[in-house]
Design a protein around this ligand. Structure first.
Ligand code: CA
Length: 320
């Protein structure tokens, strides 16, 4: 690095050290994907995938999951790679989309990776659960085996349909897990978070591809997902009066993102505002396998429907 470059680099560091408004992408020192935010003690914790593919690679390289935190939605601290498929004795392959939630004082991180060929599965994508007493770990395998294996769903014939878990706890305490590629599946979980509590149901929301995110707001249930779009994906959604449907299709809320085939929703209300996390390929040398997490505002209409989300380079303002 030449002297002039060092000066520019230091200037950038100083500039980004204390920001008043975010600049998308919000994570710039590594490539990140598949955002899943949660709030704990007035702090936002952001659970992410980690892209390490080279600029020449034509598939995903995702060795681990990172946790970031921010009290102001603008300055993000990287707590490091706190979980990887190696954490799970049955796991192998890449660290696909995941979501962590707080439940009864513990943090349950639902993840998708691939399963070794063993007595429990012949392989294929699978969903596991890691648990910790803290949002930043240490996390350990909560079960010692996968929660969902490829063999447990047979509506899709490809081996990677059991990916992209999202977890939702209703006001009555019932826990629901949703996931899936090409079809969306759901199942009730027992309140120990590590056992199924009923049969798995598969369904196909309009244009559904993958990446579901389920939540409840003002008494209405939302199922937001990566839809077929124009190939690249877009973000589409359904609403319902029940966590098990029927789901009414409501349309596209985000079009194609910059320079990435996939996109992925992560939704959060924090200190009076609604936020939409997603990823794109907008960092220098970025792309579909070198993605970056962004956040923009999300706005609801009076009837609860979601307004079109605008992908910005400016991001969101600092929360006081
Ligand atoms: Ca399956």
């Amino acid at each position: 690095m030449k002297f002039k470059s060092i000066i520019i680099y230091l200037s950038v560091l100083c500039f980004t050290g204390s920001k008043s408004s975010a600049q998308n992408p919000i994570i710039k020192h590594i490539f990140t994907a598949d955002p899943a935010p949660l709030v704990h003690n007035d702090t936002v914790f952001l659970y992410t995938g980690h892209d390490t593919a080279s600029v020449h690679d034509t598939n995903y390289k995702m060795p681990d999951w990172h946790v970031f935190s921010s009290a102001d939605m603008v300055n993000w601290k990287d707590h490091g790679a706190l979980l990887s498929p190696k954490t799970f004795s049955w796991g192998t392959g890449e660290a696909y989309a995941a979501q962590c939630i707080e439940y009864k004082g513990k943090f349950y991180w639902f993840v998708a990776t691939f399963h070794k060929n063993d007595v429990n599965s012949k392989g294929g994508a699978a969903i596991g659960v890691a648990v910790s007493d803290s949002p930043t770990g240490p996390f350990k395998d909560a079960i010692g085996k996968a929660l969902i294996t490829n063999e447990m769903t047979t509506d899709m014939k490809h081996g990677w349909d059991d990916i992209d878990p999202t977890i939702f706890v209703d006001d009555d305490g019932q826990v629901y897990l949703y996931w899936g590629n090409d079809s969306c599946k759901w199942v009730k979980l027992k309140n120990n978070m590590i056992e199924l509590d009923g049969p798995i149901t598969a369904f196909k929301p309009k244009n559904y591809i993958e990446g579901p995110w389920v939540y409840k707001r003002n008494g209405q249930y939302y199922l937001v997902y990566a839809g077929a779009g124009t190939k690249p994906e877009m973000i589409e959604y359904c609403m319902s009066t029940s966590p098990v449907g029927p789901w009414e299709y409501k349309g596209v809320i985000q079009g194609n993102v910059s320079n990435s085939f996939t996109t992925h929703p992560g939704i959060l209300d924090f200190k009076g505002k609604s936020y939409f996390f997603y990823h794109n390929g907008a960092l220098p040398t970025g792309g579909s396998y070198r993605r970056s997490i962004c956040v923009d505002y999300m706005y609801y209409n009076p009837d609860g429907t979601i307004q079109k989300i605008i992908e910005t380079t400016t991001g969101v303002e600092k929360v006081k």
